[in-house]
Design a protein around this ligand. Structure first.
Ligand code: FMN
Length: 349
């Protein structure tokens, strides 16, 4: 595999701290582009792998035959380099996605969206694929380790898309510091600089996963209006959906505040009032909540309707302000990571 690293190569510190993640992922730099439905297409996955990092294809809500075709397309673009396919345990086609991957296994399968069964993890491992699982709480991390996951993606609530309730700062102390020696732990949520990556590696992370930074990359095929909304947004505008009453369950998704998120809040308040006065059944109210965002991400990322669609983004959106190629993002991350190692070495003597 030709090197994509600077001609002078990596410093001994970076070589050492990148080694565990690189070995697990088969990369030159342990940076993952997280799976993003409608966003991490085969082209983006290929661009990240060609730049020395690791790309995850989003299975999302694809029908099984589309996933099969898209995995084939990705394989054709990345050649011998490894990549992952992401499956969402709560997705409507989840079981048929597992069937597709069993027949045509990718190098790595990433489980997201809830707790997979231990038998499902074992089934994917039996294909020869490595398994990575998202953990957004300490309890989930412990369960997934007991279920035999090969690695964890430890994701803080700062992240874009579906999020858990705990910030990365706390998860690092609860999970990375305790279990980082057991399996490689890749950390995600709010990461946008090589300087932070350097510290996460020094804390014991095997690597980092970024979503929002890659969602605005030149090779990313999202609608220009979607990218523009991300360049303009401040960190505080990427907010997780709130739940106003325990009777009406809401899955938290971090996205930019817009007319759609405000409509969703109004809908929740109306439904809660109707529930309290007995004008709607719990089942109907819950169904309205669950149906509200169907197609929302596609509307924003593909059609460019950033006012009514779901403009999923992490708080790291405050760190992106212009379009860069994937190679520029990767080079900048490595350069700034190395500079931070140097600064720390000097600060510690
Ligand atoms: C637009 C968007 C779509 C996403 N879709 C998915 C998905 O389909 N599956 C998944 O596992 N994670 C998904 N994520 C989460 C990312 O893979 C990644 O973990 C997250 O973006 C990291 O936080 P960051 O955005 O602050 O870098 C999505 C994130 C964004 C921004």
């Amino acid at each position: 595999m030709p090197s994509v690293l600077p001609s002078r190569g990596l410093s001994p510190t970076a070589t050492r701290l990148f080694a565990r993640g690189n070995e697990f992922l088969g990369t030159q730099v342990p940076i993952l582009c997280g799976a993003m439905t409608w966003v991490s297409t085969p082209r983006l996955v290929a661009a990240v792998t060609q730049a020395g990092g690791f790309g995850a294809l989003a299975g999302g809500n694809m029908p099984a035959e589309v996933l099969d075709r898209t995995v084939g397309e990705t394989r054709g673009l990345v050649g011998a380099r490894p990549f992952a396919v992401n499956v969402i345990t709560l997705g409507p086609a989840y079981q048929s996605h597992l069937d597709v991957l069993e027949k045509n296994p990718p190098p790595i399968v990433v489980f997201a969206g809830g707790l997979p069964r231990d038998t499902e993890i074992a089934r994917m491992k039996a294909t020869g694929a490595k398994v990575m699982c998202f953990a957004s709480t300490e309890a989930l991390a412990k369960r997934l380790l007991a279920f035999g996951t090969d690695a964890l993606i430890l994701e803080g609530t700062e992240a874009g898309g579906h999020v858990g309730p705990v910030c990365l700062t706390v998860l690092l102390q609860q999970v990375l510091f305790h279990f980082g020696g057991e399996v490689p732990i890749f950390v995600a949520g709010g990461i946008g600089t090589g300087r932070l990556m350097a510290h996460l590696l020094m804390m014991g992370a095997a690597g980092v996963q970024m979503g929002t930074r890659f969602a605005v990359a030149r090779e990313c095929e999202t609608h220009p209006g979607f990218k523009e909304a991300l360049y303009r947004a401040a960190a505080r505008e990427a907010q997780a959906t709130g739940q106003f009453d325990p009777s009406l369950h809401v899955v938290a998704v971090r996205a930019l505040r817009n007319e759609g998120t405000r409509d969703f809040e109004r809908l929740q308040l109306d439904l809660i009032a109707m529930l309290q006065s007995g004008k709607i059944s719990h089942e109907d109210a819950q169904a309205q909540v669950e149906n509200f965002w169907i197609g929302g991400l596609r509307r924003a990322a593909v059609d460019g309707d950033v006012e009514h669609g779901s403009v999923m983004a992490g708080q790291s959106v405050g760190l992106v302000s212009r379009e860069e190629s994937v190679q520029e993002i990767m080079d900048g991350m490595v350069r700034d990571c190395e500079a931070e190692f140097t600064r720390c070495r000097e600060a510690l003597v």
